[in-house]
Design a protein around this ligand. Structure first.
Ligand code: DX5
Ligand code: ZN
Length: 216
């Protein structure tokens, strides 16, 4: 399977959201990456259910929803209702992660867990076999357009080893500062899905940019 490209809508022009969604539909991108921030878990607020509902009406691809919110259990059913296909929560935001993952699956969504740059892969040892996806943050969550943290390659290799050792089927997704300079090395380290926000939406020709990221 070739790698998955998930453009992050956080970097899109919100005043022309439908146009941006159609661009992703027409491109070679695989998923829509949707970042939900609550101003508590991360120092920024993005968008929530009404915007995801509006995106769902036009989107023809998987909705990959990345929750950067405290206590995400409160909203699992709501994210299903607005159309999330994959729901990813942060390890650092969940007291009872196993319960949260089960609740996501019970709603019929794929369950992902995200790790902040400082959180070691080892914390996933006892849950990896229950996960459909692990999202490794390659910047501190909260903002688009930040620089990629080099330690990420090591974490991807460690995660790949853990997945192979346990027979888990989890997809390895990387999020933050992904561009044409680091994508090859990320894939070589074991990444299966790459989120790209600014690099896609701030480029002159986003469709071409996505095509180039897919060709690598
Ligand atoms: C950051 C978000 C990312 C962000 C990536 O907290 O989780 O998905 O949109 O943006 P870039 O690709 O610009 O780093
Ligand atoms: Zn994200």
């Amino acid at each position: 399977m070739s790698h998955i490209i998930a453009p992050s809508i956080l970097a899109a022009d919100f005043a022309n959201l439908q146009k941006e969604i159609e661009m992703v539909n027409q491109s070679e991108a695989d998923w829509f990456h949707l970042d939900v921030m609550d101003g508590v878990f991360v120092p920024n607020i993005s968008y929530g259910m009404p915007v995801i509902s509006a995106i769902k009406k036009h989107a023809k691809k998987t909705l990959d929803v990345h929750l950067m919110i405290v206590d995400p259990d409160r909203f699992i059913a709501d994210f299903k209702k607005v159309g999330a296909d994959i729901l990813t929560v942060h390890y650092e935001a969940c007291k009872h992660l196993h319960r949260t993952v089960q609740a996501i699956k019970a709603e019929g969504m794929q369950a992902g867990v995200s790790l902040n740059p400082h959180t070691p892969i080892a914390v996933l040892e006892d849950i990896i076999h229950n996960l459909d996806l692990v999202l490794i943050m390659s910047v501190n969550p909260g903002f688009g357009g930040q620089s990629f943290i080099e330690n990420t390659y090591k974490k991807i290799s460690q995660l790949k080893e853990l997945i192979e050792k346990t027979g888990s089927r989890a997809i390895i997704e990387v999020d933050g500062g992904v561009n044409d300079k680091n994508i090859k090395k990320l894939i070589e380290a074991g990444a299966n899905a790459l989120v790209a926000g600014s690099f896609v939406f701030k480029s002159e020709n986003p469709i071409e940019t996505i095509k180039k990221l897919k060709e690598i």
